[in-house]
Write a protein that binds this ligand. Structure first.
Ligand code: IPM
Ligand code: MG
Length: 353
C-alpha cells in the first residue's frame, strides 16, 4: 500500500501526524504500508512556488492512495489566485480525476450533547453525502472578473455534462444499495437549467436501480430539512457547490466539523482522503486540533481503496472506544468529559488499537 502523505498547512501537519501513527500501528500487525511525504497548498508554494508542485502531483499519481491534511493560511490570501493554497487542492482533485466525494455524517452517541441541535433530533444520525467533485461552477469556463459596460463584473459558469452526472449518479445509487436504499438527489431544478439536466439524468440512471427509492429536493429545502429532521436522509447526492455547503452544515449535526472524514475517488477507487474541515490557522501549532476526522479518513482509505473492511472497522471501533472513555478535544468538549490535546487523542486511539 503506497500512500502519499500531504500534510499541507495550518493544523494539517498536526492531525496528519496522528493519522500516520495509526497507520504505523496497523503496520505492526502486518499491513504493508509505504509512506512518502510531499508539500501541497501554502507549503507547496513555500517549497516550490506552486500550491501543487509537479513532484507532489507525480507522487500522488504513483501512489495507491493519498492522505491529505488541509490547505490554506492567512499569509497566502493576497497571492494571485493561481498561487493560492486552495488551487493546490482543486488541481489535485482534477488531476487525479477524483470525481466522487463521499462525506459521511455520522453521530457518535457520546457526542449527541456536543451538537447544537437537540439530542433527539440527531440521535442515530447516519447520512452519506455524495458530492460531485471535479465539475460544476468550481471548474466551469468562462470565469473571472472583467469590465463590462464600464464596471467590474464577476463571472462563473455552472456547467455539467450528462456523462459527468451519470457517473456520479451511479456511485450514489451503488452506495445507496449498500445502505438503506434511499437516495435523495439535491438540485435547484426550479431555477437552474444545469440542475434541471442533473435531475433528468439522475432519474434515467435510477431506472437501473429499482431497489433504491429515489427522491428529489431543492437545495434550499434540503438545507432546511437537514436541521429540521436530518434523520429523514440516507444518501444525499448533489453537485460540487451544493455539496460543499451542505456537507459543512451536516457536519455540525454531529457535534463538530472536526469529526468528519471524506474520501474522493476516481473511477477505479483510487482515492484521496482528507478531513472535511480546513486548515484552521487560528489554532495551528497549539496541539489542540481534533485529529479524529483525519484518523477516520484512514478508515475510509482502508475500506474504499484497499477493500480492507476489517481494519477499517478496527480504526472506527478505536475512535468509538476513546469517545466512550470520555476523551475529548476542545471542539467536542462538554462538562464531565476529559479534555485532551491533539496528540493525546491520537495516542489514545493508538492505545485503543
Ligand atoms: C472543501 C473545501 C474546499 C472546497 C476549499 C478549501 C477549496 O471547502 O473541501 O469542502 O471548496 O471544496
Ligand atoms: Mg467545504
Amino acid at each position: 500500500m503506497k500512500i502519499a502523505v500531504l500534510p499541507g498547512d495550518g493544523i494539517g501537519p498536526e492531525i496528519v501526524a496522528q493519522a500516520v501513527n495509526v497507520l504505523q500501528r496497523l503496520a505492526q500487525d502486518g499491513l504493508k504500508i509505504e509512506m512518502e511525504y510531499a508539500p501541497i497548498g501554502g507549503a507547496g508554494y513555500d517549497a516550490a512556488g506552486d500550491p501543487l508542485p509537479d513532484a507532489t502531483l507525480k507522487l500522488a499519481q504513483a501512489a495507491d492512495a493519498v492522505l491529505l491534511g488541509a490547505v490554506g493560511g492567512y499569509q497566502y490570501d493576497t497571492l494571485p489566485r493561481p498561487q493560492r493554497p486552495e488551487q493546490g487542492l482543486l488541481r489535485i482533485r482534477k488531476g487525479l480525476g477524483l470525481f466522487a466525494n463521499l462525506r459521511p455524517a455520522l453521530l457518535y452517541p457520546e457526542l449527541a450533547s456536543a451538537s447544537s441541535l437537540k439530542p433527539e433530533v440527531v440521535a442515530g444520525l447516519d447520512i452519506m453525502i455524495i458530492r460531485e467533485l471535479t465539475g460544476d461552477i468550481y471548474f466551469g469556463q468562462p470565469r473571472g472578473i472583467e469590465i463590462r459596460g464600464g464596471e467590474r463584473v464577476g463571472v462563473n459558469t455552472m456547467i455539467y455534462s450528462e456523462s459527468e452526472i451519470r457517473r456520479i449518479a451511479h456511485v450514489g445509487f451503488g452506495i445507496a444499495q449498500k445502505r438503506k436504499q434511499r437516495l435523495c438527489s439535491v438540485d435547484k431544478a426550479n431555477v437552474l437549467e444545469t440542475t434541471e439536466l442533473w435531475r433528468q439524468v439522475v432519474i434515467e440512471v435510477g431506472k437501473d436501480y429499482p431497489d433504491v427509492e429515489l427522491s428529489h429536493m431543492y437545495v434550499d429545502n434540503a438545507a432546511m430539512q437537514l436541521v429540521r429532521n436530518p434523520k429523514q436522509f440516507d444518501v444525499m447526492l448533489t453537485g460540487n457547490i451544493f455539496g460543499d455547503i451542505l456537507s459543512d452544515e451536516a457536519s455540525m449535526l454531529t457535534g463538530s466539523i472536526g469529526m468528519l472524514p471524506s474520501a474522493s475517488l476516481d473511477e477505479k477507487n483510487k482515492g484521496l482522503y482528507e478531513p472535511i474541515h480546513g486548515s484552521a490557522p487560528d489554532i495551528a501549532g497549539k496541539n489542540i486540533a481534533n485529529p479524529l476526522a483525519t484518523i477516520l479518513s484512514v478508515a475510509m482509505m482502508l475500506r474504499y481503496t484497499f477493500g480492507l473492511e476489517t481494519p477499517a472497522q478496527r480504526v472506527e471501533g478505536a475512535v468509538k472506544h476513546v469517545l466512550a472513555q470520555g476523551y475529548r478535544t476542545a471542539d467536542i468538549y462538554t462538562e464531565g468529559t476529559q479534555k485532551v490535546s491533539c496528540s493525546e487523542m491520537g495516542s489514545a486511539v493508538v492505545a485503543a488499537l
